[in-house]
Ligand binder design. Structure first.
Ligand code: AHR
Length: 515
């Protein structure tokens, strides 16, 4: 007998589940008999930069803080990140990375130099969160470490010794320095970034020069005997395909992966649009702009295919997410923004896009983890909220290292003014647990979608589901109402006589687990 979990706690407005009389039937066909690439767990990677309260106050409060902490790290943040199984964290930037001198962030904290964060708000950077603090943090969270090296303003020797400090099991002076700083065993360093945005804040380089610089710095990143550290080249800004072409043509042998950065900005750089209180035009334009990720990945991948048909080099979207105007009254250099149902929908659309490119796109880092841009978590004093984006990551977490099952979606169009996109987006992954996880998003904020789900080469016996939706497009969690929007059990799917169907309420994300 099919078992469909009934909605246990339907805190959400019942209107969210109402079906309009004119709902058409769309189809989602899952090709379970032709499995594709692995959905690399690194696609759920995070980014933590020295920016605003991304580090200080957001995850690091110091051992003497009244805020409950584990060795100086916020306990609530560690617990929340462990729950979504954060696979990897990129640090210390961003633009911050190419002005960061790792030696200033080791040793007794009271002796570390005090600097000015020139990129982000001109605030004091006391270096109290440095290499030991970051590497220990990744271990507490259970995540891989992705360290971005300073290529813009430090010599290669600096990066070489940083990697040695972190990873060397030898008795070299640098490794002994690590021991003197309280860490005997080397840490595991999964990835090193060869600079960040070398075309911009990382040094304003032209691609030909950046390719040479990348080859040079790559030479001196030395992993200990028998280990591999993934070397990540600084990638293109959005649709700068020339950058990818030159880097691949001239330097691909020097790296294992190349990045690409793409932010979803509803309007333009000077006036990006507000994080809350937006109208439907802004909802639609945001989602159309985020869907551009699909085109970017297709075109960058095609260029990479020319030079690397066997797909040895991975494409990493090592910065992505929404970028709005900062919240009124906050420091413009801190990039602090609220996070709503719209952001969760943006995340789910990107997760679905990543599935279509999983053979080449093997990692991504949302910007950023705590208190900055499209954050998982927002903190204020001793309070913390999980954002709708956090819940999207939670709903999709069983995709990690599963196998992509190709999906065909036949659906109508959602249109608002000049903005048009397919009303339904979907992806499916057979998780490592053997279960088929089907993520579906209805982007239409006004109409439900009825879906007929076809499963090729497989028979469904049991389904469970969770849904994230709300009455308002800008529904969000606040410090006073931290659970205003969160996933609940979903009772909109039906299995009868082997036929599977579902109704997606307006503006909703549904994750179905099919056995
Ligand atoms: O994420 C904020 C900034 O955006 C990063 O520091 C930089 O790499 C990008 O331009």
């Amino acid at each position: 007998m099919p078992r469909i979990f009934a909605a246990a706690v339907l805190m959400l407005a019942s209107t969210a589940f109402a079906q309009p009389k004119n709902a058409t039937v769309d189809t989602v066909e899952i090709h379970a008999n032709t499995p594709g690439a692995t959905y690399n767990r690194h696609l759920f990677g995070q980014f933590a930069e020295h920016l605003g309260h991304g580090i200080y106050g957001g995850l690091w409060v110091g051992e003497d803080s009244k805020i409950p902490n584990v060795q100086g790290y916020r306990k609530d943040v560690i617990d929340a990140l462990r729950e979504i199984r954060v696979p990897e964290i990129r640090w210390p930037g961003g633009c911050f990375a190419d002005e960061y001198y790792w030696r200033e962030g080791i040793g007794p904290r009271s002796k570390r130099p005090v600097k000015v964060n020139t990129n982000w708000g001109g605030v004091t950077e006391d270096n109290s969160f440095g290499t030991n603090e970051f590497m220990n943090f990744t271990e507490l969270v259970g995540a891989d470490a992705y360290v971005s090296g300073n290529v813009g303003s430090a010599p290669p020797k600096d990066l070489q010794e940083w990697v040695e400090y972190i990873t060397s099991p030898t008795n070299s002076t640098v490794a002994q320095e690590r021991r003197a700083n309280g860490r005997d065993k080397p840490w595991k360093l999964a990835m090193v970034g060869i600079g960040n945005e070398l075309w911009g804040c990382g040094g304003n380089m032209l691609p030909e020069y950046a390719a040479d610089v990348t080859r040079r710095y790559s030479t001196f990143i030395r992993a200990p005997e028998g280990q591999h550290i993934m070397k990540v080249a600084s990638g293109a800004n959005s649709d700068d395909y020339h950058w990818t072409d030159v880097m691949m043509k001239k330097a691909a042998s020097a790296f294992d992966a190349i990045g690409v950065h793409y932010y979803t900005i509803p309007y333009e750089w000077k006036h990006k649009g507000a994080a809350t209180g937006f109208d439907e035009d802004q909802w639609a334009r945001t989602l159309v702009k985020t869907e551009k990720m699909d085109e970017l990945l297709t075109k960058h991948s095609a260029i990479m295919d020319k030079y690397d048909p066997k797909k040895r080099v991975a494409l990493l979207v090592d910065e992505w997410g929404t970028w709005y105007d900062v919240e009124p009254g906050t420091n413009p250099g801190f990039l602090y923004q609220q996070n709503t149902l719209r952001d969760a929908v943006v995340a789910s659309l990107n997760f679905n896009i990543f599935a279509r490119h999983a053979d080449r796109v093997r990692g991504a880092n949302i910007a950023q983890m705590v208190n900055v841009l499209q954050a998982m978590l927002l903190t204020k004093g001793d309070k913390m909220v999980r954002t709708p984006t956090y819940w999207a990551f939670d709903m999709y977490k069983d995709y990690q290292d599963g196998t992509v099952l190709p999906v065909d979606v036949t659906a109508g169009w959602y249109k608002k003014n000049e903005w048009t996109l397919k009303a339904v987006s979907a992806s499916a992954v057979r998780g490592k647990d053997g279960v088929i996880h089907l993520g579906m998003t209805n982007v239409d904020p006004n109409h439900a979608q009825r879906i007929s789900i076809k499963l090729d080469g497989e028979q469904a016996h049991e389904i469970h589901g969770r849904i994230l939706t709300a009455a308002r497009m800008d529904a969000h969690n606040t410090f006073d109402d931290p659970d205003h929007i969160r996933p609940v059990s979903y009772d909109g799917a039906h299995l009868s006589g082997g036929t599977l169907s579902a109704t997606l309420p307006a503006k909703s994300i549904v994750m179905l687990d099919i056995k």
